[in-house]
Design a protein around this ligand. Sequence first.
Ligand code: NDP
Ligand code: 8X3
Length: 249
Amino acid sequence: MNKTILITGATSGIGKATAIHFAALGARLILCGRRQERLDQLKEELPTVVHTLNFDVRDKASVFKAIDSLPESFKNIDVLLNNAGNAHGLHDVIEANLDDWDTMIDGNVKGVMYVTKAILPFMTERKSGHIINVGSIAGLEVYPKGNVYCASKAALNAFTQGLRIDLNPLGIRVGAVHPGLVETEFSEVRFKGDINRAKSVYSQLEALQAEDIANTIAFMVHAPKHVTIADITVLPTDQANATVLNKKK
Ligand code: NDP
Ligand code: 8X3
């Protein structure tokens, strides 16, 4: 596959599974995250050309510095996968922690904006490119105690639609995938390392695996150039919407 793909949040879960998927197809990968040891391990293990970038998407200066540091041979980015993000906490607005709110808005919303803005010139110059944002069912429906995480993904959904409008004259494709429950490190992060609570989110049902979303992203990327998959919502069969789950007793 003759494409250069930049993936944020490649050290875990959906981003890592997508990196593995495209590496097997021979794509050139730019893998981003904050855990350098995991980036190094992926670079060593993946059967393709990999360049790693270590930055926090919330840090505007670091984002632009990292993208600026890309070698010329990696600057023709064909696909940007804005995947980095997490939920932090699950509390009603009275109990919720303001630092968690800042982390989610800064990472899930502003982080995507910074990375997109830093990479856009490579796409606008060539009038070519594909941006895929990882939203969530949480951005389409609000659930109890989801307040700011849901707001962050709803904002990302609006940003995705705005990007598609603004980049339409340039032929740059923009789409979003909105997963339901995917068994990754997501809930471990949300519950601040409480592994048992994290596991219980995915117990008594068959959750999506990160590879399921990687396959969906690949479907979006492989669509012919005149086809934009604007939105895909992917749920486990055991999940009907943001709140209705078929948990087996
Ligand atoms: P993981 O926790 O497994 O992966 C999150 C990834 O994002 C990690 O690679 C992490 O890398 C990176 N990341 C998080 N914060 C930052 C930051 N501030 N700067 C740079 N990188 C960051 O979770 P998932 O794979 O599940 O999550 C990926 C995306 O999918 C997220 O946007 C999430 O909201 C979304 N999503 C997840 C669902 C789920 O049920 N799991 C469902 C719907 C959407 P590192 O820590 O190394 O920086
Ligand atoms: C992740 C899915 O339902 O845990 O975005 O918010 S959910």
